[in-house]
Design a protein around this ligand. Structure first.
Ligand code: NAP
Length: 262
């Protein structure tokens, strides 16, 4: 086993959308990358090649983050390939399969369980496993600067009554961030929450017209969609490990959408 001379970041859901925006900025900042997604490697090879062209060594691990039993295998593979893990970005997440009024039966227990499993339970236990390894690394090397970044959403506090399960999963991620920040502070490991607004990705492709109109009408202070690179820049700053005294913070990247205005 060789140890990567560069910092190593694991980005769940790094194969497209916001996660890919984060991976691109981390590659540009000199990180080696572990990219996780659900699709087989052959489907994402072009994306991995493009990240490699930015100077990163890239390991791809297909896995559903809600399969907690598979987390250890992914971390073992990272140990084998890179010998270290400096940054975990819990980004993978899903919207409800159907947006349904919370009063209606279509807003079902099955949808609720799926959202909680993928958006909250999976990342919570992946954090547990990664944090244990980061603590080991810190104990072996006082210079080690481990960071965990959770990608939540403005839906952690902004109500959408047609996707209650999504909102609750993201509110849970906000609490998980506080919990891990409090628990890992003694090891100097920083834990942060990045809260995107409305970002142009596959997840929001179905509501393009709605948000085009809302942005025109002044939904956000900066009158445009957010782009994955907006989130990538924010996460890359937090990932440096230089901001540990700000641990537990929420970093809004929403174009000012949630600033209350009269
Ligand atoms: P996206 O375009 O749909 O991409 C989702 C990414 O996550 C893909 O790489 C996908 O892998 C991966 N993924 C999905 N489910 C997974 C699972 N169970 N296990 C492992 N990987 C999984 O979504 P996005 O818009 O970039 O969203 C990324 C994160 O930002 C999510 O947590 C989302 O809730 C949050 N967010 C998004 C917005 C927005 O406006 N887009 C706003 C706020 C917060 P495959 O490619 O293999 O399917």
């Amino acid at each position: 086993m060789t140890t990567s001379p560069k910092r190593v970041a694991l980005v769940t859901g790094g194969s497209r959308g916001i996660g890919l925006g984060i991976a691109e900025h981390l590659a540009d900042a000199g990180y080696n990358l572990v990219i996780n997604g659900r699709r087989p490697q052959s489907d994402v090879q072009a994306t991995l090649d493009a990240l490699q062209e930015r100077g990163a060594e890239v390991l791809y691990r297909p896995m559903d983050v809600s399969n907690v039993d598979e987390h250890a295998g992914m971390l073992d593979a990272i140990r084998e390939t890179f010998g270290r893990l400096d940054v975990l970005v819990n980004n993978a997440g899903v919207a409800p399969s159907v947006r349904a009024d919370i009063l209606e039966a279509e807003a079902s227990p099955e949808s609720f369980d799926r959202l909680i499993n993928i958006n909250l339970r999976g990342p919570y236990f992946l954090t547990q496993a990664a944090a244990r390894w980061m603590v080991e690394q810190k104990q072996a090397n006082a210079e080690f600067k481990g960071v965990i970044v959770n990608v939540s959403s403005i839906s952690a506090t902004v109500v959408s009554v047609n996707r209650g399960d999504y909102c609750i999963s993201k509110a849970g991620v906000a609490m998980a961030t506080q919990l891990w920040a409090a628990r890992l502070g003694e090891y100097g490991l920083g834990v942060f929450e990045v809260r995107p607004g409305v970002i142009r990705t596959d997840m929001t492709a179905g509501v393009t017209e709605k948000y085009d109109k809302l942005f025109e009408q002044g939904l956000a202070v900066e009158p445009r969609w957010g782009e994955p690179s907006d989130i990538g820049k924010a996460v890359t700053h937090l990932a440096s490990g230089d901001l540990t005294y700000a641990t537990g913070n929420v970093f809004m990247v929403d174009g000012g959408l949630t600033i209350q205005r009269l």
